[in-house]
Design a protein around this ligand. Structure first.
Ligand SMILES: [Zn+2]
Length: 386
C-alpha cells in the first residue's frame, strides 16, 4: 500500500534538476509512505516508520536493501518474532544531498542530524523535523536509519520518542528498545528507568526478586547503577546473538500494549437499551501475538440505574482483574465467536445492568507491567425493557 501526500504531478526530470537544494517542504511534498510489513489480525497496530538519513538520491536501493535485511533479522529476537502481527512497519524515502559523517553539522542531509562531539552521539538539530513524517505515517515511533560515511552505520543513539539508529542488526533493535522506554544497562548510564536504577533499595522490579528466576540486583561495573537481570541483555550489549532478557522483554510487551491494546475494536461504551429476549449486541475483537490470543471474560450485575451509572464510571477508571468480580453479585456471561469478532451473551430479565468485558495478554513472559497496559476492558450500562 502506498499513501500519497499529493498526487505526482508528472514532473519532468528537468524540474527536479533545477533545484539548488532540497528544502524540507520539497521533501515532504514528495514523501510517500510505503508499507514494508503489515501485521495480520488487528486494526489496532503499533506503527513504526523508518526514515533514511545520509542516503543520497542514488542510494535509494541501498536504503531499501538495508531495511529488508533489518526486518528479515527480526526473528532473532523473541519479542519481535512473537509480536510481529501487531506491528506495521513502513518507510518514507527522503534523500539527502550529501552523505552523513561525524563532521556533519546538520547541513546537507535530509533530517539535519548533527554529531555531538561531546557525548559522541548523533542528534536531531530540530526536534520537530520528524513530526510531519510521523503524522503522515500515523506512526507511534519514527526511527531514523543513519548511514554514516566512515563506519557504514555502526553507530547509534536514541531517546524515547524518536530513535536514531545505525544499520547493524543488533544496534538497530537495541536502539528501538530505547523507543520502548528501555534504558542502557552499561556503564556511564546517567538515566535510571524501569530496567535500571541508581537506587537499589527502590528498584522498580524489587517485587520480582525471589519470585522470578534470574531477577535480582546486579551492579553495573564501576558505576553505582543496578540492573535487574542476571544474563546479558540487548540493552547491555549489542554483540551478536544477544536478545532482550526477561525484564526488558516483559517491559517491551507492556509498552507495546499501551498502543496495541488487548481489545482492538469493540462496541461503544454507551448506554445499550434493548427489549427483553433480544441479543446484547456487545461485540469486540482482540489483538493476538503469534502465540497468544488475549484471554477474555465477561460479567454482569444488576442494580438501580443511578447506582449502576456511578459504578460503571468508577470501573472505567480502574484496572479490572478477576478479583474485581469476586463479589457474588457478579455473574459470568458467555463469550462466543461472531464471525471474526467475539460477542457477549447473557439472558437478562427487564432491569438495569452493568456488563463488563476484560481481556489480558496471557503471555507468561509478562512479569512486569508497571502501568497495567497488558490488561484491557470495556464497561457497558445496559437497560433491558419489557
Ligand atoms: Zn543504547
Amino acid at each position: 500500500m502506498v499513501i500519497n501526500r499529493r498526487e505526482f504531478l508528472g514532473m519532468a526530470g528537468g524540474l527536479l534538476i533545477g533545484r539548488e537544494a532540497f528544502s524540507l517542504d520539497d521533501l515532504l511534498q514528495d514523501a510517500k509512505v510505503e508499507v514494508l510489513l503489515k501485521g495480520g489480525q488487528s486494526e489496532n497496530k503499533f506503527n513504526i516508520v523508518i526514515l533514511p538519513e545520509g542516503f543520497t538520491k542514488n542510494m535509494r536501493k541501498d536504503f531499501d536493501k538495508e531495511m529488508d535485511t533489518l526486518l528479515a533479522g527480526m526473528d532473532k529476537f523473541a519479542f519481535w518474532k512473537e509480536y510481529k502481527p501487531v506491528f506495521t512497519w513502513s518507510k518514507i524515502w527522503v534523500p539527502s544531498d550529501s552523505e552523513w559523517s561525524t563532521s556533519s553539522n546538520g547541513d546537507g542531509t535530509a533530517l539535519k542530524i548533527k554529531y555531538n562531539k561531546e557525548d559522541g552521539h548523533p542528534e536531531l538539530t530540530d526536534d520537530n523535523i520528524l513530526k510531519p513524517y510521523k503524522e503522515l505515517a500515523k506512526a507511534h515511533l519514527p526511527v531514523v536509519l543513519l548511514k554514516e560515511k566512515e563506519k557504514n552505520g555502526k553507530i547509534g543513539y536514541s531517546n524515547t520518542d524518536e530513535v536514531i539508529t545505525g544499520n547493524y542488526l543488533y544496534t538497530f533493535y537495541h536502539e528501538i528498545g530505547h523507543g520502548f522506554d528501555l534504558r542502557d544497562e552499561y556503564t556511564n548510564t546517567e538515566m535510571a528507568g524501569f530496567n535500571i536504577t541508581t537506587d537499589k533499595d527502590k528498584a522498580p522490579w524489587k517485587d520480582l526478586i525471589g519470585k522470578v528466576k534470574d531477577i535480582g540486583i546486579y551492579e553495573v561495573k564501576g558505576e553505582k547503577i543496578y540492573r535487574g537481570e542476571k544474563n546479558k541483555c540487548l540493552m547491555q550489549t549489542v554483540s551478536e546473538g544477544t536478545d532482550f532478557e526477561i525484564l526488558c522483554h516483559s517491559l517491551m510487551i507492556a509498552y507495546l500494549r499501551k498502543f496495541a491494546k488487548c481489545i482492538d475494536t469493540a462496541t461503544k461504551e454507551e448506554l445499550l437499551s434493548l427489549q427483553k429476549g433480544k441479543p446484547l449486541g456487545i461485540e469486540f475483537k482482540t489483538t493476538a501475538s503469534t502465540k497468544y490470543t488475549p484471554t477474555t471474560k465477561a460479567w454482569y450485575c444488576t442494580g438501580t440505574a443511578e447506582e449502576l451509572d456511578k459504578f460503571a464510571e468508577e470501573m472505567r477508571g480502574q484496572v479490572l482483574t478477576d478479583k474485581s468480580f469476586a463479589d457474588k453479585k457478579w455473574k459470568a456471561a458467555k463469550i462466543a465467536a461472531k464471525g471474526k469478532a467475539l460477542g457477549v451473551e447473557a439472558v437478562l430479565t427487564p432491569g438495569n445492568y452493568i456488563v463488563a468485558v476484560t481481556a489480558y495478554d496471557p503471555n507468561p513472559a509478562i512479569i512486569f507491567d508497571p502501568e497495567n497496559a497488558t490488561k484491557d476492558k470495556r464497561v457497558y450500562r445496559v437497560e433491558v425493557k419489557e
